[in-house]
Ligand binder design. Sequence first.
Ligand SMILES: *Cc1c(COP(=O)(O)O)cnc(C)c1O
Length: 973
Amino acid sequence: MSPSSDRLSLAALEHGRPFSERHIGPDAGELARMLETIGVGSLEELADAAMPTSIRSDPADWEGERTPGSVDSAPPPAATEAEVLDELRALAGSNTMLVPMLGLGYHGTITPPVIRRNVLEDPAWYTAYTPYQPEISQGRLEALLNFQTVVCDLTGLDVAGASMLDESTAAVEAMMLLRRVVKNRGDRFLVDADTLPQTVAVLRTRADSLGIAIELVDATSELPEGDFFGLLLAAPGASGALRDHTDVIAAAHERGAQVVVACDLLAATLVTPPGEQGADVAVGSSQRFGVPLGFGGPHAGFLAVRQQLARQLPGRLVGTSIDADGQPAHRLALQTREQHIRRDKATSNICTAQVLLAVIASMYAVHHGPSGLAGIARRTHRMTAVLAAGLVKGGVEVVHRDFFDTVLARVPGRAAEVTGACRAEGLLVREIDADHVGVSCSEVTTREHLAATWRAFGVGELEVADLDAATKDAVPAALVRTSRYLTNPVFHRHRSETALLRYLRTLSDKDVALDRSMIPLGSCTMKLNATAEMEPITYPGFGNLHPFAPESDAPGMMKVIRDLEAWLVHLTGYHAVSLQPNAGSQGELAGLLAIRAYHHSRGDTHRDVCVIPASAHGTNAASAISAGMRVKVVRTTERGDVDVEDLHRVIGEVGDALSAIMITYPSTHGVYEPHVRKVLAAVHDAGGQVYVDGANLNALVGLARPGRFGADVSHLNLHKTFCIPHGGGGPGVGPIGVAEHLAPFLPNHPAQPSAGPETGVGPVAGAPWGSASILPISWAYVRLMGVDGLRRATLTAVAAANYVAARLRDSFPVLYTGPGGFVAHECILDLRPLTKSSGVTVDDVAKRLADYGFHAPTMSFPVAGTLMVEPTESEDLAEIDRFCEAMIAIRAEAARVESGEWPADDNPLVHAPFTARSVLVGEWTHPFTREEAAFPAAGRAEKIWVPVRRIDSAHGDRNLVCSCPPLEELAEA
Ligand SMILES: *Cc1c(COP(=O)(O)O)cnc(C)c1O
């Protein structure tokens, strides 16, 4: 071989294998085999056959379609992992990190390295899905139960959910909860004027569409005359003031209202908690329990209630039940409250929450234990007390006598000057108005920070030790907490790092996440979350930014935000994008509020009906209700499409009350509806707006743009299509793209004017850009793939779904197909005929898949009795085949039930899953072997053992246990 013919040029070699070939599972040979099975010659041919041409468009044409004034910008050509990491490192490095002393619900904290590396940076935790399959989710369910216990114990209330999206939206959920339970007390909701300003703003955004009147009140004086259904108090207040709310809570109760307290978990270790002061509900953020500031999020909000309100809780709740062997096991409790079951009657639209962050916060409590937490709280408080004493000594007026971690200083006419001097000292403090500055201490505050603050206020050099000795605590005696908390052994056993490390590993080993096997969940798009995409989120340059830091402190973060907005605009064909909504559900709400505001701006205040197909995701209906709309359901046809005839009937019925239609595209049935443009036109002709739920964008990116095929607004799920990991049930990001006429009504934010239009609907999340610190993940994905790579990913995802449909069709009928008999990026397997002939249910198949080493597909959505499979582009052919073979083997097992060989009530399907212990019992009485139970044919070579048997959910709902029992109860038992 001559060297010249064998030699590749430098140009061909220098970039190595493109990242897109690692993101995309099947290689060229595998893809060819898949296409052959499907019966098409190429990916392009498949796209031409499966997708209606009426929606198709080519990236080459997009440049010419830009609307004037749009931020539209094409992503640059794909870069390598090394290049992208260099770029992100430089961007993170360009941010100015001041010591965060601005407060307002966001505080400095130290993520214990053992938790950072072994939870936040560990794919076993971050690639997991929401624990709907509890038998393979016991680890994160236990961690969430710990979180709930932390919240219950520290707030002094009985039941807490497994996380809210943030503190401000938790306050909204609490307001809506009280409105449901308090009857005949009108529509007035009183809010402590000392509440976090972003929470007040989010409450106002949401109250407006719900017909609730928000009224700010001074919680230290008499409550105003007249009826009100609820009162929200702050403990401590945004100003730092710490107050005993016992009397005002009693006064509100006397008037027939109920009370929410927005509280600080760290303060609650030292201060009488809201529950003991009489509160009905407590909300807040667990950010300062080890979760980086991240320019605003993601952080786990919390909501806790007294026992009587448990069935009214919004969002997810973990509870303990028993498994088929009578052993304790955890699962999601009271699911009949939730949007996926109750739809427009749900207690909330929350789907994706903040599980990963709740796990981090709970582990922070496990790591420090009650005495460690109290130590951090005491230190924080002492720093604050000494800081205040120094200011007073230097002649500065300190407004409040009682406080926990925030000093409110009065500096007439000098606030800007003092804030500037603090900046010069490297400290970020809060300039409240011309006369007031707020300074908050935290776990990261040091003596040097106190000295620097004093210098900035011009009070000169002071001796910390002297002040410390001379200064009393600023928590009044009547408010000092006396009750115990976190007495369960889990908060005491893990003081050594060795013990904690093993606890974390023990828990994650119980779970099946993407790092173990494919998670074929339809609608959820469980694709690769590449390490290079994940790494940057823990760069300090992104993690340590306070959300209300001036934009000029965050040029690198802002570039990530602006780039991503522009790229998403380009990919969706919309005019503008808002990244603020922190989950798909919140995007839906923001989009519907924009539609509502648009109608109102034209005088169409009567347009309040949202039309939703019967097959829609539960969040759609729940969001429409949360946006103050009425829901009308439109039928779907036998083929799974929106029934155009029925749509015309509904539109006729609704008349000029029509506000919008919400459809999903491709549909929740996993097909590209050929008539979608007809549907959109019918709604537009009747004066309605079109909301396209973008959860299925993984079937469109690079091939079609909703903003160009007739939609007015969509949310995207960056935690589906754009590679943010699901985190076991959050975080997520649910940005919305809108057409030009809706752009003036995007969310905005009082603390950061550039976060949205001045004419916007107000904030829908506490932070200006929502969960900013995880945006680098999606930025990196787009940067690594380029438009070509993204387009190829979409085509491969469609091929993978059609391959699964082709392979499984003979075992399980594929319920819906679109043009040419093809599906889009997912397919629905109909198990109803099998259930009829054998008694084997979707549940049995789902549980049995765990014995084969797989997470189940989406169950009974959008059609009861079916499984929806979405393989995504990231699974290679070997893994897809393993899954298909497991499904085929399960069908063969069901056939043995059908034929009567195995009784309907004693076969490996009804008894699945099997723990190791369950097959090692002394006497084996089943008609199938132990080996058939535990090592079925086509199971994975490396056996994944489940830690518990099938869980009895109804038992748990009847006997509700939603926190770890305290030591006293354990001792009794
Ligand atoms: C996932 C999903 C949603 C909800 O998104 P979250 O981020 O979980 O709130 C809405 N619609 C569809 C079709 C979805 O698949």
